[in-house]
Design a protein around this ligand. Structure first.
Ligand SMILES: NC(=O)C1=CN([C@@H]2O[C@H](COP(=O)(O)OP(=O)(O)OC[C@H]3O[C@@H](n4cnc5c(N)ncnc54)[C@H](OP(=O)(O)O)[C@@H]3O)[C@@H](O)[C@H]2O)C=CC1
Ligand SMILES: O=C(O)[C@@H]1CCC=N1
Length: 256
């Protein structure tokens, strides 16, 4: 299967590295399209082909993934639309570009996908969402299987897509901002920064593993930590008094 990724920056580059590491597609069958030599050379070092010619790279591809900035998607799509094979699966990871937009660029007779990974593709722990339009179940299965080595994949209806993107793709930044805040608090408590970073990251990983493995509600796990009259409830109450939950909800709602 030949895969062309147009745009090889933070997301496209990470997807390519993840695809190579995942081993489901041979590095030699992946083509990265970018503009600058620095990016192209970085991709060649990963072992994939790299070019500035999107049309040529799209022509031979079985899967085309658009990973340019959202405002460049329409121009890029219209540029390659006449070149892609009829059978090619076409996916866009661009925020805010809907299936209806993709249909208007490529026509309604192509298997089209919105795909939303996050930057944890670099470590094989992405939370990736796939929404299909005009694709057969088998074609959807193929697209999903491409992303499975890169983490978890969920197929979602398009009406849930933006909410999922806020939670998971923007969510990486939100989780890391929590880490930074916790580190700053730790430093005030006398913990050196690098040590605080390791401690907070491992704690977050532990909390996430508890939920993923047990499926328990977070509040049930919080109850196990909060000793009556103990120190955790004082910390939680001080965080809530400073707007923790509201800040998170408002932040997610603003992510659109
Ligand atoms: N960053 C994230 O966490 C996430 C981003 N996304 C989506 O991914 C997309 C890309 O974002 P991101 O990776 O952050 O952006 P970057 O700016 O990091 O990467 C954009 C890439 O596009 C390339 N490029 C620019 N113009 C063209 C062109 N005309 N033809 C081919 N390639 C071109 C650039 O090449 P060069 O490097 O040579 O300049 C660069 O490699 C966006 O649509 C965004 O919504 C989705 C999920 C998460
Ligand atoms: O901030 C953005 O627009 C992109 C889309 C999801 C994550 N980053």
């Amino acid at each position: 299967m030949k895969v062309t990724v147009i745009g090889a920056g933070n997301m496209g580059g990470a997807m390519i590295r993840g695809l190579v590491a995942g081993g489901r597609v041979a590095a030699g069958d992946i083509t990265a399209v970018a503009v600058h030599d620095k990016t192209l050379n970085a991709m060649r070092e990963v072992g994939v082909q790299a070019t500035t010619d999107a049309v040529a790279a799209a022509k031979t591809a079985d899967v085309v993934l658009l990973a340019v900035k959202p405002w460049l998607v329409e121009g890029t799509a219209r540029q390659i639309a006449g070149a892609v094979k009829d059978s090619a699966l076409i996916g866009s990871v661009a925020a805010g570009i809907g299936l209806a937009d993709l249909v208007s660029y490529f026509g309604g007779d192509k298997p089209l996908f919105r795909i939303m990974p996050n930057t944890a593709v670099t470590v094989g722990e992405s939370m990736t969402f796939v929404t299909a339009g005009g694709a057969t179940p088998e074609q959807t299965r193929t697209m999903i299987s491409l992303f499975e080595p890169l983490g978890k994949v969920m197929e979602v209806p398009e009406k849930q897509f933006d909410g999922c993107m806020a939670l998971a793709s923007c969510g990486i930044a939100y989780a890391l901002r929590y880490v930074r805040a916790a580190m700053e608090g730790g430093i005030e408590l006398g913990i050196p920064p690098q040590m605080a970073q390791t401690v907070v990251a491992q704690t977050l990983k532990g909390a996430a593993e508890i939920l993923l493995r047990t499926g328990n509600h977070p509040e049930a796990e919080i109850d196990k930590v909060t000793t009556p009259g103990g120190i955790t409830i004082k910390g939680l109450n001080a965080m809530e008094a400073n707007g923790f939950t509201r800040a998170v909800i408002e932040g997610l709602k603003a992510s659109k």
